[in-house]
Design a protein around this ligand. Sequence first.
Ligand code: UTP
Length: 291
Amino acid sequence: MSSRKPIRKAVFPVAGLGTRFLPATKAIPKELLPVVDRPLIQYAVDEAREAGIEQMIFVTGRGKTALVEHFDIAYELESTMGERGKDLSVLEPTRFTPGDLITVRQQVPLGLGHAIWCARAIVGDEPFAILLPDELMVGEPGCLAQMVEAYEQVGGNLISVLEVPREEVSSYGVIDPGASQGALTEVRGLVEKPPVDKAPSNKIISGRYILQPEVMRTLENQETGAGGEIQLTDAMAAMIGDQPFHAVTFAGRRFDCGSKTGFVEATLALALERDDMGADVRRIAERLLAQ
Ligand code: UTP
């Protein structure tokens, strides 16, 4: 049994504008776009639950109320379905014990770092997880569960990473890697969106974090970074050296559902794997590709 404080809370920053998906995301939050039949936020919440998270904190903004409704009881829907003898178990993952889903508001989308900082009072003095729902992580166990296991060994701060072709690094946060052991790599530095020739590696940060609460203080005093936003990467970089900092290479697949092609890829990959529709989707895909 580990003596480390358990990771009980997770922050889901969902206040971004989702401009890459306009007009789809004008009135619907990006995180509610469905991959097959589950919205992105549901995949992230399921992943957090599997990792033992008890309290989910959504950092929302204007126009994001539907995200909270998704996890509420839909009384009319459920009673009508019940009267018609329909199976309600499909709604099971959308249920929450009252008090276990908390929202805070980011009034102005000033960046990911700022969104995390908005959750400081609820996070309090505990290590916590962050999940970016537009990065869909598929694995068994899930990405956050793999990270929690690593956390029990090394503690401190952890980020999930994956390798990408070198020419793609400038779109991401990149680690400067130290020694590696199995899936764990020591992190010596972090840089947000480096030019290809200045990137310290091709290992990119991939949307899952376990951080110590001190990051909130760093965020509090932070200047804006790349893109004029308050960057989480910069705040994490400032903690390297003071606390253990490791990257966990995720054993699984990651789909960048913040981009249109990544979203289509995720939809196709997950649909092809489904028992109820995989064979049909394969036939459709083969027919389309043959045209
Ligand atoms: P993105 O960089 O994907 O931005 O944010 P975005 O606004 O969602 O989408 P585009 O680029 O305009 O299409 C990464 C994550 O950080 C959250 C987003 O909701 C997403 O989960 N975020 C970003 C915030 O919560 N607040 C912000 O100010 C910025």
